[in-house]
Structure formats: structure tokens, C-alpha cells
Write a protein that binds this ligand. Sequence first.
Ligand code: ZN
Length: 42
Amino acid sequence: MGIIVCQTCNTTIEHFEGEKVTTLYAKCSGCEKCKEKASKLK
Ligand SMILES: [Zn+2]
């Protein structure tokens, strides 16, 4: 099984079927945690 993780907030965005355990990084479409993190960076 593989997972897609938000590279900004580390939240698991999506799971997908796979023979190996894979972690892919992507940007989610502005989840609450991303907004929270962005506001803390200021
Ligand atoms: Zn996010």
C-alpha cells in the first residue's frame, strides 16, 4: 500500500493500492493544517 502525504503539513492525503510501501509527497489543496502552518510561519 502506498500513501500520498502533504509535503506542507504531513497529513495523509490519499491511500493507494500497491505491492510496495511507498510514500509520495504532494501538496494538498490547502487543508486546515496547511493554513494553520502558513499562519504560524509569519
Ligand atoms: Zn496540507
